[in-house]
Unconditional design. Structure first.
Length: 161
């Protein structure tokens, strides 16, 4: 009977030690992750602090906006014909870029039509697909422009049917 009591007490201490060790491991992992995340953000600010703050201030200012009229585009779908009706507003980095965009509007519309026309309904129906489309449009338009760049794209209308 004394042996059974010793085993129960020893078993309880063993469980307690395992729980404490588990907690310590979890806390160490959280601490390491926090350190790694903190060192990445502080390392980037040490390297170019003044430049980054100037860039973030210039990025915060709203640039000139150019509206692109409605698009109605056939999109790919296996079962039926689908359409996207969208209107886009471009945010640009300068007035010179706005003038270039207006001059190249036919090229810009063509680039967007070709890009969106190769998308499927599934790709455009969720948020991730729309965000990816936005990034692709920005990249495609920035390749066309020579005087400046597109800072952002805003879908002012987006209907898939």
């Amino acid at each position: 009977m004394a042996d059974e009591e010793k085993q129960e007490k020893g078993g309880g201490k063993g469980k307690l030690i395992l729980i404490i060790a588990g907690i310590i491991v979890v806390l160490l992992c959280v601490g390491i992750a926090a350190y790694m995340l903190g060192s990445n953000s502080s390392g980037s600010s040490k390297n170019g602090g003044a430049e980054e703050s100037a860039q973030s201030q210039s990025n915060d200012a709203i640039g000139p906006m150019v509206d692109i009229n409605d698009f109605i585009i056939n999109i790919l779908d296996k079962n039926e014909t689908r359409y996207l009706k969208a209107a886009i507003t471009l945010e640009l980095d300068s007035e010179e870029t706005a003038a270039e965009v207006n001059e190249r509007m036919a090229q810009i519309r063509d680039a967007i039509l070709l890009l969106v026309g190769n998308k499927t309904f599934a790709e455009l129906s969720d948020l991730q697909g729309k965000l990816q489309l936005r990034a692709e449009i920005i990249a495609r338009l920035n390749k066309l422009l020579t005087t400046g760049k597109v800072k952002g794209i805003y879908f002012t209308e987006f209907v898939v049917q």
